[in-house]
Design a protein around this ligand. Structure first.
Ligand code: SF4
Length: 84
């Protein structure tokens, strides 16, 4: 199955891999805030098109590769594994 460009992308965090570095929160405060322990809370819903470049930058900056960008109906971990 190939990804269709018209599908909106969504952000997810792998809670096992996340170590609360906070990089994503600094890079994408429009969509990611911190919980009381510094772990990211992602705004629900698709990433607005104008924020996709910043979302991709936040995904790339995550030191533990815990932040994932995927499309609905797809498996984020599997998507990220095949994208590398
Ligand atoms: S940058 Fe990665 S490890 Fe750090 S808080 Fe965000 S998801 Fe977690």
């Amino acid at each position: 199955m190939t990804r269709r460009r018209s599908e909106p992308a969504g952000l997810t965090v792998n809670p096992i891999a996340c170590q609360a570095h906070g990089m994503c929160i600094e890079l994408l405060p429009e969509l990611i805030t911190a919980d009381p322990w510094g772990y990211p809370l992602i705004a629900p819903g698709p990433v607005p098109a104008q924020l996709l470049p910043l979302a991709r930058r936040a995904v790339g900056a995550c030191p533990t590769m815990a932040l994932l960008l995927s499309s609905p109906g797809r498996h984020p971990e599997r998507d990220s594994a095949t994208a590398r």
